[in-house]
Design a protein around this ligand. Sequence first.
Ligand code: DGL
Length: 285
Amino acid sequence: MAVDFVFLDSGTGGIPYMLHLLKKSPDSKCVYVGDTANFPYGNKTHEEVVKCVIDVVGKIIQRFNPKVIVLACNTMSVNALDVVRSIYPDNTFVGTVPAIKLASETSKNRRIGLMATKSTIEHPYNQDLKNHFASDCELVLQPAPDLISFIEHEAFTASKEECIKAIEPSVEFFRKNNCDCIILGCTHFLNLADLIQEVAGEKIKVVDSVEGVVNRALSVIGALRGVPAEGVAEKTAGCAEDFGAQGKAFPSFNTLYVTGFTDKKDENEYNVICKRFNLSFGGKL
Ligand code: DGL
């Protein structure tokens, strides 16, 4: 049986996207890949990100030949979506970008906070999204590498208090800057989305791209099968196409692969993740 979707991120960030898709479409055949050997992507140069994405996507195609590859990572998408589409023209990709359009529809005071990687924040694609969808808004930018690293290495074995402590500085920054909306522009944050909203309180609305990206992925696979996915086409905020820029046999689905661990602690973290979300651990890709 062929793989429908491979979800790819630098680590744990794409997991909430895959789980959300499986919730909406439980029969989908999904595989997850975390390019953990190259984490973090957020501090790399454009050229480094592009190289890493080309390499890992090449391995994914060779091993699983999925119908759709979801780049469930903003940093990969803004830097390398166009590149992998042109290098692998026979494969179908769905990208993830900060949900600036959704934030613009949500914000009342027109001051929007964007938490993301340094790479995403500095990429011209991000500015293009702002100009296109939120030209009348002030975009308050904050790279959050410490929180991203905490989520990758510790969040799943940390206490709620420890998670709140890790979240607070970022939220406080946006509160001080009078933002009434925060965009989770790095997929890692989705693992703590409820807690980020709890810390932000009811006056600040936290928005993300999960629904938009998953709807887009389902509509793309529907189109590949010749069956239009009903009722999802309009709600695709946060998938890369928002801006208009643009099988091999495999026995086990809902399996998570990594590209390498630096230490035992990370291995344990991923074991906890797999158990919690009922995923099999596939080992090294
Ligand atoms: N999860 C990734 C994103 O959405 C990046 C995390 C990282 O590797 O720095 O941008």
